[in-house]
Structure formats: structure tokens, C-alpha cells
Design a protein around this ligand. Structure first.
Ligand code: 2AM
Length: 596
């Protein structure tokens, strides 16, 4: 292996760590350093002992867990049998991406750094802890960290003297080349494989599920459109339990695809064959059919509706010939321009497509071979499953809050996935959503005796609906649900279902309608009111306690309320109550799942 090879390994949940790793990879190419960029779980960890220089870029998920595409690596690295000096030949650096508003801030990066030191590896510099809450966003930490990294790395691994660096103004060679087919060519389209009932559906082989129903469950006119969407998974081999999540990839809207093609002067009906310029570092994505139509690429693959990252501007700037546009793009690409870029893009949630429309000259000059360098791939989204197989055989149901809000921009902002899902019309065969299922973070008790207490305001109720359905089918009827919404008449979804189950004696429900009276009433207030019941369930009956939802302060507030309950009823101090919660958490009797 060449000593001039830098290996960039990333663990990425939403694509940010991957984008950062790729950005560092491009910086390495400019410095003429050979580079490989890989997701941690696609890398054979046993090879680490023979690597020279590795940068790990890892994000931390909300619960402090490593991202899915580094879970196997994580298990391997923490094996007790690994000898302590086994990585002493390795030089490394760890860059963590996190959000300091979460308690387990950058936990994965910190723990990885410690473990590598323990295994004898040499840290080139202290672990970098990028923070979403930083005034300049994560780049506020990443840029100075990278400067220091390059100083150290280039001193230890100087690039070949006969090659000069590639300037920031010049584009790097593209990772792919498009070979367009002329219309006369017969197109034998090789479609990517879909799961056919023989294998378990996965990211590489999703199951095309028919949309059975798509029902608005909030009152007409209510500000929030929430959908209960049902998929048919007959013949898929999919099995799931309460707490599991379904993964699916959204598509861009037809209007966005049309506009994109117009701006770039592309014919959506043209077909091309994609060739990689380096199969080792950038193989042709298996999700793309061969040949592929421009429409398929733009609709299903390129994430043109996301707020673009800085690397997008860096590359776009290299195509600018118009002076005004070039100047602006250079500013957005520079370290000094990050504030300005934040105001232009992130604050207003401006999409990549809208940016292209703002820079028409540059967009018209874009070299199509760079499309996959400019736009990341559309990432799959996860939804807590809201149904159980016992109650709904061969079905998966999800609750989706359709994301729509205003910024100073004229057009309302729309969440790509939720808007796409809401737009699907149920029909017999033609509307199919490729999906697969993953184990979720919430686990419900297997025994028959333990009661469960669940706090799930808004769409946070989804995994609890699954749990209640599943438990009732198993004859487990001690189910206590705290549900919160704005108003009894507007967004109290699943009401009929709960009423029927309450009547049957299968569950207890406490509701908090936050806006039906002058003062806000939230689920945490109801938790406090039920102190006696909760104490009895938790202490005498060994109940499990769950929180799920998307309000940022809600989980902490519910936790505090629960601590107060324990203090009040048990006559213990605050720290003793905290200890009780910690013990419950360790044994799985206190679990939470939050999302934004
Ligand atoms: P609000 O919108 O009236 O503030 C589902 O979204 C419910 O969660 C709504 O009733 C919402 O109330 C409520 N909610 C908002 N912030 C919350 C918090 N910090 N704790 C508990 N519930 C909250």
C-alpha cells in the first residue's frame, strides 16, 4: 500500500458525515494525496493494522448511538480480544459531527478516539467536535480542524514533489462520465433488482409496496396535515414488531424535475450509460438502471430539493464564467463567506434547485458529468411503524405529519418525503413505494405481566399504536397511553380506535389538548397528575416507561415530571429519583425515541 494514501472512513446517518468525508477527499485530491472514501461498514476492519493514515468522520445519532453504516465496525472495534498495541502503526484523526442540544453530544467520536488510543494508534490532533449549534454551523469547527490536520498530515506524508496542487478555482475531474445514447439506439433497460419474496427487503433490494390508503386524520382546515398511510406488503417476507421502523426513499416532484431539466437544458427522455472514472472509489450506483433516463436520475436519485451544502457551492463556483455569479459563488465557498451562505441558504431553507435558478449563467454552463458530484443521493427516511401485523396482517401503516412552512421565500417550504407520500393516490398496482424494515430503538416487554406506560404526543404516538395493537393481540391489557395534541376537535387522531379499546378494558388513555383552554396543558402535566397510578405501576408492578415524539423539549419535560412523581410518591430526593430512572434505563424499563 502506498504511504501516500489517505483513507477516509465515515459513519453517516443522514449523509452529512458522508458529505464531509467526500469534501476532505476532494481536498486531498487537490493536494495530490491518493485517497479512498468509504462507509465504515463497507471496509474490512481487519485491514486497519496495515493502514498508514486514516481519518474517521462520524456523526452521533439522537440517542448517542453510532449511525447504521458503522454498527458492524463498532462491534468489532470494541471486542475485548483485540490486543492493546494492535494499531500502533496507524496515524489517525477523528472528526465528530454532533449537536450539543442533545445530551450524548458527539459521543461516538469521543468514544472512538479513546478506543483507538487504547489500541495504540497515534492521534495526529485532538478529536474534532463539530456542532450544529455553532454560530457558523458545523463548519465553524471543521475548517480550523482541517487546517491543522493538513499541516500535520502533509508534514508526515508529503505529496510527490513533481505534482503541483490543483487550485481551488479549477474543477477536479468528475467521478463519472455520461455516455448519451442517440434516439435510434435500442434501449434494453436493465432494472435494479427489487425484492421478490425470496430475500428480505433491504436498502439494495427494497420491496415495491402498493399504497392501500392515504387518509388525512386531522380536521379539514387544521394547520397540520397528518396522514395515516397504509402499505400492502403481501409476499414480501417482511416481519416486524412494535418499535420497528420502515425505511423508504422519496422522489422529487414532477415540477422540480421539469424545472431542473429546463435549467440545465437536458432532455428528460434521453438515455445514458454511466461509467465510473474510478471503480474503486466511486462505483456506478447499483440503484441506477442501465441505460438510465435523465428523468429517472433526476426524479429518483439526485437530491435537488435539499438545502445544498458548502461543497455544492465549491464545485458550482468552478463552472462560473459570469463575473457577478463567480464572485458570489466564490464567497459562498470560502471560510469567510459561511455566515453569508448561512443567511442565503440554511436560514431560508433554500433548495439546490432554487440556487441553480439564482445562478442561471453558471447553471447553463454546468458539465453534466459532474451531476453526481454536485448532488448527493436522495437518502432513505425512517418512520416508526404505527400498526401491528396481528391487527393488520400483510400491512404496514405509518403516521406522517406533512411538513410545510413559510420562510421569507415566496414559495412555502415543503418536506420532500412527507409531501411526496401525501401526494400518492391509492390504486391497484401502479403506485408502489420501495421500502424495507429495520429494527427500531424501542423494545417492548416480552413477559405478560409488565404493564407499559407510553407518552407520545403528536405523531410520537405511532410506535405506541403498534405496541398497543400487538400487546392486545397477545392478551396484554395493561397499557397506559398519554397522548397530546392541540385540540380535541382538530388533531386527536386515532380517537375511535382508542375509545373502542378503552371500552373493551384494554387500555387507559390520558389526553392533553394544549390549545383547548387558555393555559397550555401538555402530556408532562398529565403525567404529574397521575402520580399515584404511575408510582404503583412502576414500583409495584414493574412497568416499562416510554417516550416518543418530535418536540425537542418534550422528552426532558416528561422526564422531569416523572422524577417529580417518584420524589412525591416515594419521598426520595431528586438525585435518588434520577438514580431510579438510570436503573430503569439500564434494564430497558425506561426508553425514549425522539426525532426532528
Ligand atoms: P403546542 O403546539 O400547543 O405547543 C403535539 O405536537 C403536541 O405537543 C401539541 O399539543 C404541542 O403543543 C405539544 N408540545 C409542544 N411542545 C411541547 C413540550 N415542550 N412538551 C410537551 N408537549 C409539547
Amino acid at each position: 500500500m502506498s504511504s501516500h494514501t489517505l483513507l477516509l472512513l465515515y459513519g453517516s446517518q443522514t449523509g452529512t458525515a458522508q458529505d464531509t468525508a467526500e469534501r476532505i477527499g476532494r481536498q486531498a485530491q487537490r493536494r495530490r494525496i491518493g485517497v479512498r472514501v468509504q462507509a465504515l461498514d463497507t471496509y474490512n476492519v481487519a485491514n486497519l493494522i496495515s493502514e498508514a493514515l486514516v481519518v474517521f468522520v462520524c456523526s452521533t445519532t439522537g440517542q448517542g448511538d453510532p449511525p447504521d453504516n458503522m454498527k458492524n465496525f463498532w462491534r468489532f472495534l470494541f471486542r475485548k480480544s483485540l490486543p492493546s498495541g494492535s494499531l500502533r502503526r496507524l496515524d489517525y484523526a477523528v472528526l465528530g459531527l454532533g449537536d450539543s442540544s442533545y445530551p450524548k453530544y458527539n459521543f461516538v467520536a469521543k468514544k472512538l478516539h479513546k478506543r483507538l488510543l487504547q489500541l495504540g494508534a497515534n492521534a495526529l490532533l485532538p478529536v474534532g467536535l463539530a456542532d450544529d449549534q455553532h454560530d457558523l454551523g458545523p463548519d465553524g469547527v471543521i475548517d480550523p480542524w482541517l487546517n491543522l490536520f493538513w499541516q500535520k498530515a502533509l508534514a508526515l506524508y508529503p505529496p510527490p514533489a513533481d505534482l503541483s496542487p490543483i487550485r481551488d478555482e479549477d474543477p477536479l475531474p468528475p467521478r463519472y462520465v455520461f455516455h448519451f445514447l442517440d434516439d435510434a439506439t435500442e434501449k434494453l433497460v436493465v432494472k435494479p433488482v427489487l425484492a421478490d419474496g425470496q430475500v428480505l427487503p433491504s436498502s439494495s433490494q427494497p420491496f415495491p409496496a402498493r399504497v392501500v390508503s392515504n387518509q388525512r386524520v386531522t380536521a379539514p382546515g387544521h394547520f397540520q396535515d397528518v396522514r395515516l398511510i397504509e402499505f400492502d406488503i403481501t409476499g414480501s417476507n417482511i416481519q416486524y414488531s412494535a418499535g420497528d421502523v420502515v425505511m423508504l426513499r422519496p422522489c422529487n416532484s414532477t415540477e422540480d424535475v421539469e424545472q431542473f431539466c429546463q435549467l440545465l437544458k437536458l432532455n428528460p427522455d434521453h438515455y445514458f450509460v454511466l461509467k465510473s472514472t474510478d471503480n474503486n472509489t466511486a462505483p456506478v450506483p447499483a440503484r441506477l438502471p442501465q441505460p438510465c433516463s435523465v428523468r429517472f436520475l433526476v426524479q429518483e436519485f439526485l437530491d435537488i430539493a435539499a438545502v445544498p451544502r458548502r461543497s455544492f457551492f465549491e464545485l458550482l463556483a468552478t463552472f462560473a464564467t459570469n463575473d457577478l455569479e463567480r464572485e458570489k459563488l466564490a464567497e459562498f465557498s470560502s471560510a469567510q463567506g459561511q455566515d453569508e451562505l448561512h443567511s442565503y441558504c440554511n436560514r431560508l431553507r433554500r433548495t439546490a434547485l432554487e440556487v441553480l435558478a439564482d445562478f442561471p449563467h453558471t447553471t447553463a454552463e454546468l458539465n453534466v458529468n459532474y451531476l453526481l458530484d454536485l448532488f448527493p443521493e436522495i437518502q432513505p427516511r425512517s418512520f416508526s411503524i404505527a400498526s401491528s401485523l396481528q391487527a393488520h396482517p400483510n400491512r404496514i401503516q405509518i403516521l406522517v405529519a406533512v411538513v410545510k412552512y413559510k420562510t421569507r421565500l415566496h414559495k412555502p417550504r415543503k418536506g420532500l418525503c412527507s409531501s411526496w407520500l401525501a401526494s400518492l393516490t391509492p390504486s391497484h398496482d401502479d403506485v408502489c413505494v420501495p421500502l424495507w424494515v429495520k429494527k427500531g430503538g424501542l423494545k417492548f416487554p416480552q413477559d405478560h405481566e409488565s404493564p407499559v406506560i407510553m407518552v407520545g404526543p403528536g405523531t410520537g404516538v405511532a410506535p405506541f399504536r403498534a405496541a398497543i395493537q400487538e400487546r392486545i393481540a397477545d392478551g396484554k391489557t395493561e397499557n397506559v397511553l398519554f397522548f397530546g395534541c392541540r385540540s380535541e376537535s382538530k388533531d386527536f387522531y386515532c380517537r375511535d380506535e382508542w375509545e373502542q379499546k378503552i371500552q373493551a378494558g384494554h387500555m387507559t388513555l390520558f389526553t392533553a389538548f394544549s390549545r383547548d383552554q387558555e393555559d397550555k396543558v401538555y402530556v408532562q402535566h398529565r403525567v404529574k397528575e397521575q402520580a399515584k397510578l404511575l408510582w404503583d405501576l412502576i414500583v409495584n408492578k414493574n412497568a416499562f416507561f416510554y417516550i416518543a415524539g418530535n418536540a425537542k423539549q418534550m422528552p426532558t419535560a416528561v422526564c422531569d415530571a416523572l422524577k417529580e412523581v417518584l420524589q412525591e410518591e416515594g419521598g426520595v430526593t431528586e438525585s435518588q429519583a434520577q438514580e431510579m430512572l438510570d436503573t430503569m434505563e439500564k434494564s430497558g424499563r425506561f426508553q425514549s425515541e425522539t426525532w426532528s
